[in-house]
Each structure stands twice: as structure tokens, then as C-alpha cells.
Design a protein around this ligand. Sequence first.
Ligand SMILES: *Cc1c(COP(=O)(O)O)cnc(C)c1O
Length: 485
Amino acid sequence: MRRLRGGISLGPRGTETTELRYVSTRGAAAILDFDDVLLAGLASDGGLYVPEVWPRLTTDEIAALAGLPYAEVAVRVMAPYIGGRIPADRFRAMVEETYAGFDHPAVAPVVEIEDGLWLMELFHGPTLAFKDYALQLVGRLFDHVLSARGEHITVIGATSGDTGSAAIEACRDSDRVEIFMLHPKGRVSEVQRRQMTTVASANVYNIAVEGTFDDCQDLLKAMFGDAAFRRDVRMTAVNSINWARVMAQIVYYFYAAVQVGGPGRPVAFAVPTGNFGNVFAGYAATRMGLPVAGFAVGSNQNDILPRYFDSGRMTATEVVPTLSPSMDIQVSSNFERLVFELLDRDGAAVAAAMTGFRERGILDIGAARWQAARRLFSGHRFDDDATLAEMRRLHDATGMLIDPHGAVGLAAARAAKGDAPMVALATAHPAKFPDAVEKATGARPALPPHLADLFDRVEHCETLPNDLAAVESYIRAHTALQGAA
Ligand SMILES: *Cc1c(COP(=O)(O)O)cnc(C)c1O
């Protein structure tokens, strides 16, 4: 087999196989194949995994995506990232099965709401947030890789809302994965809590921690820092630092672009942003060859990203609660992947920049890099009143309901709209945030049929104190039953 560096190689009978590998943004961790990156999550040097080279699609290949079913676009966009580590027919089957479970035939319908402005609905998965588009596939990828290796893992997460239910829903049918999800007791919405606690699977454990979301995150970090615990339970994470999640999110940027004029003309996107995972996937699409006019990054009052794009300096402040809780984040972990590109893929420079950020609370990579970022990204901040106003405006004009996160994205789309067709990403179903929707519009959205009886289902949840020893011993006791420890 003739191997071209990090890219395409020609296999037997002239078929193309790819051997893409992954490097850490901090340059000091082992270079890994796709399956190891999937299971590792974070790199051992504290960095995030990124492809060694960006695979490219030609303009003809992108144009040929027009009119294809979502799953077919997904296979074509993601195949180069698998690097031949999963047989092509198995991968195709997983992708088809994943998106067959979504409740709209278009999977991610793109709807024109006014001239030149579209909404892409990314809430047709089982838990009604865009995270399903990646996590439903990641669950299947975990299962496949772990079965092939005869291994088990324990996924431990902390959630203030959407991540928890999407991760649980992704792992609930696996006999290779145990999942423990921590949430702050009494501090997540009832819909969000019930979406987690009403899953009756033997491998799913909900833990209500007597504390705040920050306490849950601190517990998670402490468990990661406890090497013996991590090894004994074979702990891994499914937060958005996992490369496979970014990979699966690249797909819908291509899928939408070819419906609204791409690749013949550049398309703009507006993305309600927290951890920068979703919008980084859009950036990855540009690196694969998709012409993009710009990304409007929408934030709520937690506006660290708009402040960076305005000033060139990233400074963290306190998190404030808003109507769009999944974006109540100060430090956007995936931003490191963009920093790696802006610093010309110099891992040592990224490590120094990120250490400086942790120690001094300021990230500054220089005016030239900031200007380069600003050519593609703009930041837009909307407080709760502006979010409600946007929800009302869409409802008045079209009769459509939109959730508060999507409304932040739509407001950003209007603020950034130029000549290019603009696609705003609607990241959650309005029924996930019925109180905010009702407050804005007077209409209370109903849950879709598969969740209609959510409030009648039995909940399964253990309450534990905000205490590392208590949480670790609970997890040890329950993983021991599965032979993982
Ligand atoms: C997670 C989430 C976001 C933020 O996405 P990032 O990838 O963290 O930027 C936005 N909207 C909703 C509904 C979410 O669940």
C-alpha cells in the first residue's frame, strides 16, 4: 500500500483508504489512530486531539453532496477521519442506524425564514438538542471499538443540562459502557432531569450531588486527577473535548451549505456557542474545503468569546445563570483547537499560551493571530431580554417557536448578515425550554410523541453529598459488579 503523508493511500484494487492520525494541540502526547483518540478523550499532555492533516473534499465532491440523504453526506464527510480503523461497511451501517432514529426524514431540516436567512433544526434526535447528532454516533463507535478489543469503560460526566441526557441516551444500550452522570440536585430543569433519570437501563447511574454545577465539575476533575481511581474503573469522558464529537458535527455544515448555494458561493453560519465545539466543527468544514463567508458566534451574558473577538484578549470572569443554560460557560475548552491553528500548529506555543491563561486568567496570542481569527469569526452577545425579544420576533413573523439557545444564534445571524446566504443553527427543541418560550410568546410548546409521557415515568437517581470519597466509592461499588474494576 502506497502511503502518502497523513493522507490518502491507494489500497488494493486501486480503492482509496485513508490513514489519518491525530496529534495533540500541545504537541507532547503520542500520535494516535482514530480508535485510540475516541477512547482517550483528552490527550496525556493536557491538550486536545486534532487531525494531523485536514482531509480535503474537492469542489466537485462537495457539489455532489447536494440532494443526498443526511446519512450519505455523513459517511462521505467523516470517512477520511476514521483512517481505515473501522471497516467501511460497518461504519456506514452505524451511521445509517444512528440517523434512522431521528424523528425528521431530513434529520437536520433547513428552513428559510426570510430572504437569504435559514434556520437549521438540530433538535430531531432523541433528547432534543444538537448534541444527539454526535453522541448518538459516538455511543455506537464506543460499542464497536470496545467489542473489538474485549474491553469495558466507565463514562463519568457532569451536566447542567443537555449533555447529560444526550450522553445517557447514547450509552444506555451498551453492554460495554457504564455511565455515571452527576448533576446538581434541584438545579437542573425538570424536563432535563427527567430526560436523564427516567432511563431505566442497568448501566445508567444518575447522581444528584448536594451542591452546584461547579461542585459537580470539581468532583469530575478530582476523579480524573485520581490516577488509581481512573485506572481501576477505566474512566473516560464524553464532553466536547472528544474529537469524535467534533467530527460528527462537521457533517451538517456541508449538508446545509449545499442546500443554500454552496459550494458555488460562500455561505455564512450563526452558531450559539458555549464550549466552542459546534462552531469549531464549522471551522473544520472550511479546512476540508467548504467556502464559508463567516461564523457569527452568539453568546448570552457569558460573553468571553465576543469579548475576545472584539479586543484580542481572552479574560475569564464569573459565570452568570441565563435563559440559555447550556451556554453558561466561561472557558470554552474547544477554543484551544482554534488557537492551535492560529499558532501554526506549534504545540509548545499552545501549551505556553494555555498555561498562561490558567495562571494569569488572560489569553493573548498577539494582534496578527487575532486579526486572522476575526477574518472568519465575529462575536455577538445577547442578554435574556434580547433573547426573549428574538423568540417573540420569530413567532410574530412566522408562527415558529425557537428555544433560547437558538434565539441567541438567530439574533447573531441578523447582526452579522451580509450578502452571503446565512444559516442559523437552532440547537434545541423549544419544548426543552417551555417556560422561556411561553414567557416570550405566550405559547407553551408540547413535547414530541416519544417524550409525551415523560412526566409519568419513574425516576432513578441516587442523592450523594458533595464529597469525593462518597462519589468514588459509589462508582467503585457499581462498576465492580460489571467486572470493570
Ligand atoms: C451544548 C449546547 C450549546 C453550546 O454548544 P458548544 O458546542 O458547547 O459551543 C448550544 N445550544 C445548546 C442547546 C446546547 O445544548
